[in-house]
Design a protein around this ligand. Structure first.
Ligand code: GNR
Ligand code: NI
Length: 174
């Protein structure tokens, strides 16, 4: 397994629409494991392939607490097949927008279809933090960051601060 560098915004690689995988083969399954190792090390509760520079529709998620057993989800080609009319607001963060947080409103309950690490078709229906995280990760696959769901004022403030921190080399990860 390997810990991969996480790309920080603003970066064109975070704005791309990712391509579906043809199938989850051994190489894709290995990438999923590397993404999980990278996510746990960060630490984070989700990671999408474009965050490590891979433009394919692959995400990993684990919302288990650190004192609980790990409960990783590995997904390729995740698709939102249903979303509730009811909405919920949640304070979101992103490993590609380090140290910035904002409240984002999304459907509170979602149903997601995907291919698992064995290339089997699966569906999950969930709410709460897992629903937030799945929508956040699927957004990444379409080049959307949580700041794209908040006001332009707040978005530009966060992106400008990150751009400046990158230039000065003052990001925590560097
Ligand atoms: O670690 C993460 N925490 C988080 C908190 C609230 C809503 C979404 C997330 S996902 C984020 C990791 C990440 O950037 N995934 O793309
Ligand atoms: Ni993110």
């Amino acid at each position: 397994m390997a810990i991969l560098p996480i790309i920080v915004a603003p970066d064109p690689r975070l704005k791309q629409k990712c391509k579906p995988v043809a199938a989850v083969d051994a190489a894709v399954a290995r990438l999923m494991d590397d993404m999980l190792e990278t996510m746990y090390a960060a630490p984070g509760i989700g990671l999408a392939a474009p965050q490590i520079g891979d433009a394919r529709r692959i995400i990993v998620v684990d919302i288990a607490h650190r004192d609980e057993a790990p409960d990783p989800l590995r997904m390729a080609n995740p698709e939102l097949v249903a979303a509730s009319e009811g909405l919920a607001a949640h304070d979101e963060g992103c490993l590609s927008l380090p140290e910035h947080f904002a409240e984002v409103v999304r459907p509170s309950r979602v149903r997601v279809r995907y291919l698992d690490q064995d290339n089997k078709r699966q569906e999950i229906e969930t709410d709460g933090l897992l629903a937030v995280c799945l929508q956040h990760e699927m957004d990444h696959l379409d080049g959307i960051l949580f700041v794209d769901h908040v006001s332009a004022l707040k978005r530009n403030m966060i992106l400008r601060k990150l751009q400046k921190a990158k230039k000065l080399g003052t990001l925590a990860a560097e």
